[in-house]
Design a protein around this ligand. Structure first.
Ligand code: AP5
Ligand code: MG
Length: 190
């Protein structure tokens, strides 16, 4: 199964992806994690991405596309994948479709996790205290939300138009949200 997880910063994409990986035994592809790892090991990609990420803006599409092209051509994604953090604008969504069409592996399910702005601000502030992720400061997190509203939110309609979108409420406990996601995926796989 090929799943795209959508949702605002802090909506729980990474958290729910980790649970889905255990259940479905599929690779989790988080573009944010890939970029943070590249920054940490100071690769060329990391150097290109760091300043952009620290402002809460989007890394250029051509960089992301190259990265996705390489990742989705690996043998471990043949039975499917859970994509978290990509696509983040309509250009990336179109490019992903082209790439997956070429590989004969279209997206089966786009899952939008809906969470209140208040909750995501609270969650990100909590994580900032616990983990110190460099883009979790209040100012940068607000910019990430603004970019989400302007550029990423339209991707939800894009998948709705393709007939593969489902929405789940992301409020409540982590396992409660996961139960909702499971319900949606069971319906889809019937
Ligand atoms: P990315 O890493 O994707 O960040 P994000 O979308 O801002 O999302 P987060 O990782 O902050 O949130 P999440 O939805 O994964 O929630 P999580 O499970 O962590 O991207 C970072 C940056 O990389 C971007 O700003 C951009 O610069 C760049 N980038 C990445 N992809 C790109 C792309 N395609 N194109 C261009 N640039 C790109 O949960 C958040 C917190 O809440 C955690 O602490 C968690 O423990 C907690 N939590 C989760 N669920 C619950 C719950 N139910 N109740 C209470 N707390 C909860
Ligand atoms: Mg994440």
């Amino acid at each position: 199964m090929r799943i795209v997880l959508l949702g605002a910063p802090g909506s729980g994409k990474g958290t729910q992806a980790a649970l889905l990986v255990r259940e479905l035994d599929l690779p989790h592809i988080s573009t944010g994690e890939v970029l943070r790892a590249a920054v940490k090991s100071d690769t060329l990609l990391g150097r290109k991405a760091k300043a952009v990420m620290d402002r809460g803006e989007l890394v250029p599409d051509e960089v992301m596309l190259g990265l996705m092209d390489e990742r989705l051509s690996q043998p471990d994604v043949q039975d499917g994948f859970i994509l978290d953090g990509y696509p983040r604008n309509l250009a990336q969504a179109g490019a992903l479709d082209e790439l997956l069409e070429r590989l004969g592996q279209p997206v089966d399910e786009a899952l939008q996790i809906d969470v209140d702005q208040e909750s995501v601000i609270r969650r990100i502030a909590n994580r900032a205290r616990r983990e110190g992720r460099s883009d979790d400061s209040e100012e940068v997190a607000r910019n990430r939300m603004k970019i989400y509203d302007e550029q990423t939110a339209p991707v939800v309609d894009y998948y709705a138009g393709k007939g593969v979108l489902s929405r789940v409420l992301g409020e409540g406990a982590v396992d409660e949200v996961f139960r909702r996601i499971r319900g949606v995926l069971q319906i889809r796989s019937r």
